[in-house]
Design a protein around this ligand. Structure first.
Ligand code: MN
Length: 730
């Protein structure tokens, strides 16, 4: 306990240095929390107060204000003790009370499952965060301390919490630029989720400790000397990258640890922005830069505020390593992200405008969430969080920031919903392109629009990658096509009920009509049916819910005759050719999609992955995503099932190939010509210059099977200048 009192005294002194009142408030908050949690123990047997005190310590380290420290001290009181929120409001004011409220889980509502409850809580927190960003920073501190002490809780819980940390909190920290905390959370979570993989990497690093240190010392000294010669004051630090980043590279790119060169890096910290560029020039005179690996995040900061110069150079014995060059202030922002800006830029009124802009993604995320239920919401959140940003340009030169893999559809809706709704085509870098082409950093995109009132197509829901675009598309369908949606939703639902052996009369059942819509946040049965029609909620989930409710309605025992009929009707459906061309073990009627990451075609070794809510996706067995999923050993990995092709000849499938070539005029024309000669349909083709005189061409083709694809690739290899062809979109 003495340790805690010292910590609190240190924090109170820090905030009280210029303002005695803050000192007293912090001590007061500690005393209240201490009393409220009195007698409560943490799982490890320590007094509970250790936790809020540690969270307050992290919040203080982040550089947040006294109100945030106070909210951190009190963050678990309302949830876990008798202390009412009104008391906190009276003692510490509205701001603190609102923050504590944002950090308190919902308790009044009963949820179907623990999962659903957790998702609703997360949504609540994000809404609080959109109002006051400090809430999420405190939550990150809370989660970090829980991760640091995770060994005390049961193993199953450890896994759940680690997975949530990896999927939600680390990506949020990433989006807020809080790299220091993100890295620590990722490494702690990885240790639980894949202890074997974690150990493999730490063992490797430990095994190479001596040579690694020598290598780093050598390049650090060379760099220091060179900069000193030129009178640039600097700090040079060598480091081993964090375990999870090595893990991701090793398993994501199928590399042996020995082949990985991105383990070591050095960081050069200088005084001014000018010195950054000067230092860059100098390190390039002592080490040979690797072409195409230079990135200037100073002139174009990342969406999470990160600024730095990156270059990869070749060191002694041909060993490449990364150099990051930045100023002290940039370094602080690189570690603490938005929290650093909070400290430096905070006016008395709270958030400033530029900070506000940086938080636009939170707002987009929450926009029109009223119609999505928690599960969709979290799914969307995960997608948006994982995505790294790219910048693309309008023809006038305005910058639009989008997640990686965003398409022209996302771009159009990011400009304005009217532009999106009227889009009929697009040009990327002045060339006509299909609207599902993944955009690349720096692309100039022009949207071609048609007359008003044409509207989006339902396929766009698949093409769009951002929630912003998806929501706007759904809104259009919702508004413009209510009757049509209603009819389509009803048809879809009736058909799905029939397939599940349920009566479509259930849709008229009094109890279902009154309870079902609100389960999906709809006001009436008609709204729900229309929601199914425009894709606001998936059929499968509605059917599952109806099945649950029907089971409760119908508690009477099943007669023998009925039982036999059911078995016969499910087993007897003859093994007919599946519509999709794939049979997944045990799931004959699910909706099947082909994964866009690896575009399997007949002849590929495949597996099925049961997606939450919307059927199954088929991946190649050697797909990077699937391999890392299986390796993760998490619950998700149990949703991978054996699959086989079941397809008649003459049907075409989509395959993507990437082709690298020495860039030259006529390259794309030659490729397109060769495809035409072979009677191969090109669904899309996009070429992009790479910095070092190379070009990358991404093509989507229609092919019957792997044999045809192999023949095509062999022919493509003969096109002048082509150096490499692959099917991995990594
Ligand atoms: Mn807590």
């Amino acid at each position: 306990m003495t340790g805690i009192r010292e910590t609190i005294a240190r924090i109170a002194d820090k905030y009280g240095a210029n303002d005695h009142e803050q000192r007293d408030r912090i001590l007061h908050a500690f005393n209240i929390a201490d009393q409220a949690h009195a007698g409560q123990l943490r799982k490890a047997g320590d007094p509970y107060i250790i936790h809020p005190a540690a969270v307050a310590d992290i919040v203080s380290e982040m550089g947040l204000d006294a109100d945030s420290v106070i909210a951190a001290l009190l963050h678990d009181t309302v949830e876990d003790t008798e202390l009412p929120l009104t008391f906190i409001k009276k003692q510490f004011g509205n701001t603190v009370a609102e923050m504590v409220d944002g950090l308190t889980k919902l308790s009044s509502i009963q949820y179907q499952s623990k999962e659903e409850a957790e998702m609703e809580n997360l949504r609540k927190m994000l809404i609080a965060m959109a109002k006051d960003i400090r809430v999420i920073m405190i939550k990150i501190a809370d989660r970090l301390h829980n991760m640091r002490t995770i060994r005390a809780i049961p193993e199953r819980r450890q896994q759940e919490i680690s997975l949530e940390t990896m999927e939600i909190y680390a990506p949020i920290a990433h989006r807020l630029g809080m790299t220091k905390y993100r890295h620590e959370m990722e490494d702690l979570a990885l240790q639980i989720l894949d202890p074997v993989g974690y150990k493999e990497i730490t063992d490797f690093i430990a095994g190479h400790q001596m040579e690694g240190q020598m290598f780093l010392d050598h390049i650090c000294n060379m760099t220091k000397e060179k900069l000193a010669e030129n009178e640039i004051p600097c700090k040079v630090v060598g480091r081993v990258k964090h375990v999870y980043s090595i893990y991701r590279k090793a398993y994501g790119q199928h590399k042996e640890l020995d082949e990985l060169y991105d383990i070591y890096a050095i960081r050069v910290i200088v005084d001014t922005q000018n010195d950054c560029y000067n230092a860059l020039g100098l390190v390039h005179t002592i080490f040979k830069p690797m072409p195409g690996r230079f990135k200037d995040y100073i002139s174009t900061p990342k969406p999470n505020l990160y600024q730095s110069l990156h270059t990869t150079v070749i060191g002694r014995e041909g060993m490449p390593f990364e150099i990051q060059i930045r100023t002290h202030e940039m370094h602080h922002t690189a570690e603490y992200g938005i929290a650093a800006h909070w400290k430096y830029k905070q006016g008395l009124g709270g958030q400033n405008d530029s900070l506000d802009e940086k938080l636009d993604w939170v707002r987009h995320l929450l926009e029109s969430q009223e119609d999505t239920d928690a599960q969709d919401f979290i799914q969307n959140l995960k997608i948006d969080m994982y995505a790294d940003g790219i910048y693309v340009f309008t023809p006038k030169g305005d910058v639009i920031s989008l997640p990686a893999a965003a398409t022209p559809v996302d771009f159009a809706y990011a400009i304005h919903s009217q532009v999106g709704n009227r889009m009929i085509g697009c040009k990327i870098n002045s060339r006509i392109a299909t609207i599902d082409t993944p955009l690349q950093n720096g692309d100039i995109v022009e949207v071609i629009t048609g007359p008003v009132g044409r509207g989006p197509s339902r396929d766009w829901l698949v093409i769009a990658k951002t929630n912003q675009a998806k929501n706007k598309i759904r809104q259009w369908f919702k508004k413009e096509r209510f009757e049509e949606n209603l009819e389509q939703g009803k048809e879809l639902l009736e058909a799905a009920l029939k397939r599940s052996g349920l009566s479509s009369e259930l849709l008229d059942h009094e109890l279902i009509c009154s309870e079902l819509p609100s389960r999906f946040s709809f006001k009436s049965m008609n709204d729900l049916l229309a929601g199914v029609g425009y894709g606001g909620v998936t059929v499968l989930r509605v059917v599952n819910r109806i099945a649950d409710m029907a089971a409760k309605l119908d508690r009477r025992p099943v007669t023998d005759e009925e039982a036999v009929n059911r078995i016969v009707s499910t087993n007897q459906s003859p093994r007919r050719r599946s519509e999709s061309g794939v049979l997944i073990d045990g799931f004959n009627s699910v909706k099947i999609k082909f994964a866009r990451c690896c575009t399997p075609v007949p002849g590929d070794d495949i597996i099925g992955f049961i997606t939450r809510g919307s059927g199954a996706s088929v991946h190649r067995r050697n797909c990077v995503n699937i391999k890392s999923l299986i390796r993760s050993g998490t619950e998700d990995s149990q949703r991978v099932l054996p699959a086989e092709w079941d397809v008649l000849a003459g049907r075409n499938f989509t395959a993507t190939v990437q082709l690298y070539a020495n860039d030259r005029t006529g390259l794309v024309a030659d490729i397109a010509g060769m495809m035409a000669n072979m009677h191969v349909a090109i669904q899309s083709i996009a070429a992009r210059k790479l910095p070092d005189g190379f070009a990358r061409v991404d093509m989507t083709l229609s092919v019957e099977n792997t044999r045809e694809l192999t023949t095509i690739c062999e022919k493509l290899r003969n096109v002048r200048g082509v150096t490499n062809i692959s099917r991995d979109s990594q």
